[in-house]
Design a protein around this ligand. Structure first.
Ligand SMILES: Cc1cc2nc3c(=O)[nH]c(=O)nc-3n(C[C@H](O)[C@H](O)[C@H](O)COP(=O)(O)OP(=O)(O)OC[C@H]3O[C@@H](n4cnc5c(N)ncnc54)[C@H](O)[C@@H]3O)c2cc1C
Length: 450
């Protein structure tokens, strides 16, 4: 239901979550002022040093669908039906994501996605987007944000009935909340950093590798992945420790980089003509898990997306979770407004346990992707999961399917997967005992008494 025009919301951050939230709030009739520190994406590059493409799946698509944006976004998305594993000796193994080939994750350009949502938000006359405005601090009681117009250097104050921080992992709104008594905050950096590299299209303009897949080069303590782009290129991301024997710190010269890639990724290196230049020029990013609470204060201030719960990128769910936050927050506002205290509390209690579950899932999946995924044991495990899901679809659903292809809350998905796996383990243990007894019965004859 549309809100009275007097309900004003200040949003800080116009990235993936902020732009979608502005669209939801604009549709509901709120007076929205969105402040984004970067320039207008329609006037140039909006991507900065962050990942160029990302994987969107069921949760993200559903949140986009609710405001009529899914079809437009999916037009430029490339479906990825499974993983192609590149072994060190150059062999390729394809692992489908699901028994149903229609269930896939989708590679989409970050800038394209952001520009669809920003454009949609701006279509509402009650949404105003202010680019080149960096939030420096917040007055949480009023609530109001203090900003700097980075083009004019002037300070600006933005006050509203609600102040929502959708300003990413290093949120300025959260920083203001951290000064409060009993605000809990924890950040954990990975020992690994990441660097983006490119595989361009081949001479005929076609993709140099299988296009409808996510490519992974698992190498135990590190790995490289590649996601396809609409122009036939792939964006590769190398995840490697910052320090140590095999690390970014030991890849200082072109020779060191070339040798490392020749040894570790021989099939990829021949497809990467700009490897050395990309390696030198592109920044090395860090990855952080952020856990904090509360996510809201007195019905006036809230955190959404990475600002509330940054996760490492290995489940491909950060943006999906940020979009799902927008959908749930919209539901809570629709249910409880104008009681914003209740609305924001309901939002936090529905999302926080799920964000915590996702943070753990994402960390665990890094070990799985870089270390286990290439092993025969892992392939066997996936085959058993697929078989059980095919035979007993109502009873057994693999965790990856629950997370990526359903909207089952993350915490519930984890619980359900644990329960299923416990039962499967017991059945296998029972079968193993049965086989041993059978062998015993067949081959060990009873001692005959004469
Ligand atoms: C390498 C990598 C790969 C990833 N891959 C995937 C994937 O495949 N699938 C997936 O779902 N997720 C992925 N993610 C995670 C995803 O990028 C984030 O979860 C998502 O961008 C979060 O959206 P957000 O709007 O909360 O934050 P952001 O997208 O970071 O947006 C925050 C916005 O706030 C602005 N801002 C920041 N500070 C201020 C300030 N002080 N004042 C004003 N504006 C400010 C920023 O400029 C930015 O536009 C990946 C992340 C990384 C690093």
């Amino acid at each position: 239901m549309a809100q009275p025009p007097s309900t004003s919301v200040v949003l800080i951050g116009g990235g993936l979550g902020g732009a979608l939230l502005a669209t939801y709030l604009g549709r509901a009739g709120y007076q929205v002022d969105l402040y984004e520190r970067r320039p207008d994406p329609s006037a140039g590059n909006f991507v900065g040093g962050r990942s160029i493409n990302l994987a969107i799946s069921t949760r993200g698509i559903h949140a986009l669908q609710q405001v009529g944006l899914a079809d437009e976004v999916m037009q430029s998305a490339i479906p990825m039906r499974g993983r192609v594993i590149h072994t060190p000796d150059g062999h390729l193994h394809f692992q489908p994501y699901d028994k149903d080939p229609a269930r896939c994750i989708n590679s989409i350009g970050r800038a394209a996605l952001n520009s669809v949502t920003i454009t949609a938000a701006r279509k509402f006359p009650n949404v105003r987007v202010h680019f080149n405005h960096r939030c420096t601090d917040c007055d949480l009681d009023r609530p109001a944000a203090h900003l700097i117009n980075t083009e004019t250097n002037q300070t600006v104050e933005a006050a509203g009935q609600l102040l929502i921080g959708v300003d990413g992992a290093f949120s300025a709104v959260r920083r203001s909340m951290q000064r409060l008594d009993r605000f809990n905050y924890r950040q954990d950096y990975l020992e690994h950093g990441y660097k983006e590299l490119t595989i361009p299209p081949d001479a005929a303009g076609a993709s140099a590798m299988e296009r409808n897949a996510l490519h992974i080069w698992p190498r135990k303590s590190f790995m490289m992945i590649a996601l396809p782009n609409p122009d036939g290129s792939f964006t590769c991301t190398l995840f490697l420790q910052f320090d140590g024997p095999t690390s970014f710190a030991n890849l200082r010269t072109d020779d060191e980089v070339r040798r490392f890639f020749d040894q570790q990724f021989p099939d990829a290196v021949s497809l990467m003509p700009t490897l050395l230049e990309d390696f030198r020029t592109n920044p090395t990013g860090s990855m952080v898990t952020v856990r904090c609470n509360p996510w809201q204060l007195g019905g006036k201030v809230a955190l959404v997306g990475d600002a509330a719960h940054a996760v490492v990128p290995f489940y491909g769910q950060g943006a999906n979770a940020s979009f799902e936050d927008c959908f749930i927050l919209d539901e809570c506002l629709t249910q409880f407004a104008p009681d914003y205290s209740r609305a924001l509390e309901a939002y936090e209690s529905r999302r926080k346990p799920n964000a915590d579950a996702l943070a753990d899932l994402a960390l665990t999946n890094f070990v799985e992707m870089r270390d286990k995924i290439g092993t025969p044991a892992f392939r066997r495990h996936k085959k058993i999961e697929r078989t059980l899901h095919t035979w007993l679809p109502n009873w057994y659903t693999p965790l990856y399917t629950l997370v990526s292809f359903t909207r089952t809350p993350y915490a519930e998905a984890v619980q359900r997967a644990r329960h299923q796996d416990r039962i499967v383990r017991r059945v296998f243990e029972f079968l193993a005992v049965l086989v041993i007894l059978l062998i015993f019965a067949i081959f060990v004859r009873p001692i005959e008494c004469h």
